[in-house]
Write a protein that binds this ligand. Structure first.
Ligand code: AMP
Ligand code: MG
Length: 414
């Protein structure tokens, strides 16, 4: 049996999907999403000349010679807080009291900060001279009308939301969050938190996979657990298809007698089941189902295999649907802290704890590496990627590690 290399299956999965069609989404709902097109400013920023200081709008020539010893006195003819416009114009010998952000009154060409005056409201005594233009923010000095403020492909975070809002946008044209439905299968599965009867286990995969999907930006939901019954599986697939941009199943894809996912989906003929040269996670399936060709990934049931397969195939797929150009986890080089054997001919994804020692990454294997070892998985924050041709990693060797510490909310370095 020829195993398909991991990279080949990854590429195949990514080629099978496109970024979701762009939607205008309210700014705060667009947080974490990727812009589908360039966005331009609706108006200049600032959109009017205004003051950067609390103080007095003056004719600069009036105060040019002012000093502590020879203060200049001006008549205060108006008072403008931010949000208002002066009704008077500044002329020689007069001043308008003004607050930060208020529009520059006609006739004025400089602002004297309140700290350089006596703060008067009828008359003001100015103790320092300022040149024309001082403390004035000019219209358009930040951004011009029609200027591109954000480029397609950029992820929306706090800073991007600020410029969009300031430049006239209440929504952002983004690739929406994919709606991911996670279906776990297995007669042995019970709802997490409920007592177990002998032989049953908690359905940890579906909650794990929903959390993992949310963590990379999707809106994810659980369906199931679905019993190992073909008709029940078909019915659940039918129900869920309408609300999914991606279906992810767990379990039922190996060679067992009750592996319904493989049995049902094989008959439809649109999902390809392959053995991938990886450990854990060898049995993989990918294709599309339903009239709308909803992509579907079938993950193995063993919890660690399921998680690793999610990281290797599903997370990149979700990020592609979201419009990210970089879909893979960041990888770092780390020194391995022990000796471990690795299966020849398969890429091993070893759970490791990644730490920094003296400015360098160190990767320590956590737990046993069996695909049912969930306790070890919870200690890990990295997956060491051991190439198929490597059969042993020794203490001190440098290994490549997928860094699992990032969540989509934090913008990953390009
Ligand atoms: P399967 O791929 O369905 O043969 O399942 C392989 C192993 O994973 C079995 O030991 C299952 O009990 C376990 N398993 C399957 N689905 C889940 C799940 N949703 N949560 C936890 N363990 C599971
Ligand atoms: Mg099963």
């Amino acid at each position: 049996m020829v195993l398909r290399p991991v990279e080949q299956q990854q590429a195949h999965v990514l080629e099978g999907v496109q970024p979701l069609e762009s939607l205008d989404i309210p700014l705060l709902d667009a947080q974490g999403c990727v812009l589908a097109r360039d966005v331009t400013a609706q108006w200049p920023l600032p959109s009017f000349d205004n003051t950067s200081m609390d103080g007095y709008a003056v004719v600069a020539a009036d105060v040019a010679s002012a000093s502590v010893d020879s203060a200049v006195t001006l008549t205060v003819i108006d008072d403008v807080p931010a949000g208002y416009r002066a009704t008077e114009s500044v002329t020689r010998g007069t001043a308008i009291r003004i607050m930060t952000g208020a529009p520059l009154p006609d006739g004025a060409d400089a602002i004297v900060p309140v700290e350089s005056t006596d703060g008067g409201t009828e008359k003001v005594s100015v103790r320092q001279g300022f040149p024309a233009g001082q403390f004035i923010r000019r219209a358009g000095e930040d951004v011009h009308t029609g200027e591109v403020v954000l480029r397609a492909g950029q992820q929306i975070g706090a800073r991007e939301i600020a410029i969009l809002a300031a430049a006239g946008h209440g929504t952002a044209p983004v690739h929406p969050r994919p709606r991911v439905v996670v279906m776990s299968t297995g007669n042995e599965l019970v709802e997490p938190g409920t007592p177990l009867k002998y032989g049953l286990i908690a359905d940890s995969n579906s909650v794990m996979l929903v959390a993992a999907a949310r963590d990379c930006g999707a809106e994810a939901f659980r369906a199931g657990p679905v019993p190992d019954d073909e008709q029940r599986l078909i019915d659940t697939l039918d129900d869920q298809l309408v609300r999914a941009d991606l279906l992810v199943t767990s379990g039922g894809v190996s060679m067992g007698a009750y592996d319904t996912v493989k049995a049902v989906l094989s008959r439809l003929g649109t999902v390809e089941f392959v053995k991938v040269a990886m450990q854990p996670g060898m049995p993989q399936g990918f294709g599309a189902i339903g009239d709308e060709n909803v992509p579907i990934v079938t993950l193995p049931g063993n919890p660690v295999s399921s998680y690793v397969s999610f990281e290797v195939f599903v997370r990149p797929l979700i990020r592609r649907l979201m419009g990210f150009s970089e879909v893979h986890r960041p990888r770092v080089l780390a020194r391995f802290t022990s000796t471990m054997s690795s299966p020849g001919g398969k890429t091993q994804f070893a759970r490791v704890s990644l730490t920094v020692r003296d400015g360098h990454y160190v990767a320590s294997p956590v737990g046993a590496q069996g695909s049912h070892i969930l306790g070890g998985l919870a200690q890990a924050n990295g997956l060491a990627v051991i190439a198929p041709e490597v059969t042993e990693v020794s203490e001190g060797d440098v290994v490549t590690v997928m860094d699992l510490r990032h969540s989509h909310i934090a913008q990953e370095p390009a």
